[in-house]
Design a protein around this ligand. Sequence first.
Ligand SMILES: NC(=O)c1ccc[n+]([C@@H]2O[C@H](COP(=O)([O-])OP(=O)(O)OC[C@H]3O[C@@H](n4cnc5c(N)ncnc54)[C@H](O)[C@@H]3O)[C@@H](O)[C@H]2O)c1
Length: 321
Amino acid sequence: MREKRILVTGAGGFIGSHLARKLCTQGNFVRVVDIKWDGYIEEPYYSEKLTLDLRVYENCLRVTKDIDWVFNLAANMGGIGFITQVGAEVMYDNVLINSYIAKSCVENKVERLFFSSSACIYPTYKQETPEVKPLKEEDAYPADPDNYYGWEKLYTEKMLEAFKKDYGLDIRIARYHNIYGPEGTYKGGREKSPAALCKKVAEASNPGEIEIWGDGKQTRSYCYIDDCIRGTIMLMESDYDEPLNIGSDRLVTIDELADIIIKISGKKITKRYNLNAPQGVRGRNADLTLVKKNLGWSPTINLEEGLKRTYMWILSQIRKR
Ligand SMILES: NC(=O)c1ccc[n+]([C@@H]2O[C@H](COP(=O)([O-])OP(=O)(O)OC[C@H]3O[C@@H](n4cnc5c(N)ncnc54)[C@H](O)[C@@H]3O)[C@@H](O)[C@H]2O)c1
């Protein structure tokens, strides 16, 4: 890849900070923008840093100026606890950010725009049992996402399709499936299941007990951050301009996920189930046929290894506090 002038939005967040760091080490000019900087990467990972609210069109125009590639990762989002509770704010904020970024990319003649969509766009009726079939990209329609966040992501996918058709905007869309790893949100209510469980186990006494949301039989698949970043850059460098899954196809129950983390901790921990807590869909897995065929990408870091790195990082953060 020749050196480029790149914008990463949401670069104060989990995936954006990892992505910006990687793009920087590849020798690109990397402008980063976020509304706040409470992420965990300490060393500078950018060429230029701006603190701006991307719900304002003028700010989007400013950040996309003189830029070749935009990776739009800014979003008001969180784990299942957050997105089942907050609807209007998520839809309003993200529709504004995504619309203004797309429009300003056209205005500033940006060469290519990447959008971080989500497995949450897939319909509820395809995710009703723990033993689900992996979700293929074509399964998105007829649409019936399980939450408002998923509807917003699907809307933005369609909007970008229209921008491609009407304005010739070159787009890339990844549908991320549960990305996890060190230097991600692990406290505050927006954390996702791997980080939430790592924190509970790290904070538990030995012997101790942790709470599991739901009956533990619900299933998911998890993709380690380094694999996600590699896939994201490969997608941006490719000619493939339809939505593509980036995730793992190893399906585990939440119980299994917790057991792996407990084993890593070396503690003796029992699980208590909270059946009133939010759980999301009953089962969700990623079909990787298209991404393997079109990018030659598949995940390489297995769940045990990825969780070990994540657990050790969260433990170190807790000890620091
Ligand atoms: N982490 C996952 O498993 C996952 C799965 C599917 C999709 N995604 C998508 O990937 C992207 C990045 O996710 P993440 O896990 O890094 O989330 P994150 O919450 O860590 O990062 C998002 C960043 O966007 C910033 N932001 C929010 N509103 C803003 C605004 N008005 N102006 C400027 N910046 C603003 C936040 O401050 C935050 O730093 C998001 O679009 C998310 O929806 C993530």
